[in-house]
Write a protein that binds this ligand. Sequence first.
Ligand code: ZN
Length: 264
Amino acid sequence: MKNIITFLGILSLEAIIMDGKIRVTVWNEFLHEKRSEEIAEIYPEGMHRAIADYLKTRDDIETRTATLEEPQHGLTDDVLKNTDVLIWWGHIAHDRVSDEVVEKIYQRVMRDGMGLIVLHSAHFSKIFKRLMGTSCSLRWREDGQKERLWVVSPGHPIARGLGDYFEVEQTEMYGEYFDIPRPDELVFISWFKGGEVFRSGCCFYRGRGKIFYFRPGHETYPIYHDETVLRVIENAVRWAAPTERPSTLTILKAAHVKPLEDIT
Ligand code: ZN
């Protein structure tokens, strides 16, 4: 009987996971698109809008966007509280992101289990460096050559619907060594025409949160219009979304407890 109850308990817990839509906030520094005509032509309303417009077509996902120059970078307490997965793109203004907002994102990931998807040049963002605890530096070259991303964890939820590999025709090169802690799961390794390789799809579990670093996304190429790249981001949203947790996991302070069994 006890086994049946336990089994039903697991079932009901599973059933409440993903109850309702996954609430995604796509955050973009949104400066390149305002400063460069060439980039504005690719992303007239910003990279965040391209990603959000794609995700919006999915029934189980609802999206909003936020950008650097909005008050509190568009990430008020209310927005963060109503975000299950935050997507982050930044490049030239990491230092303009307020430490206070970074701390709130950090707590929301660690304590509440908000998912975080870190894109491309956001490897140097304050929030990613804070969560990794390393320099997050890498080698790079802007040469407009091809990238081939090999799926090295077939069966991983983030690789759902992909073949053995996919390609981005024109991009910037990122090469190893990428100074991150060893990923908990590695989904993609990139090959570049110049001979370099790079860990381009890395999963990390931090506190109650899940973090995915995904490399593609250099601003001068239409990478966030690529169906496969967008598909990976969609898969990552579902993977990173928090699962409902039993209240017994909410241990806010140490508690002295009596033994469950007689140990005298
Ligand atoms: Zn770049």
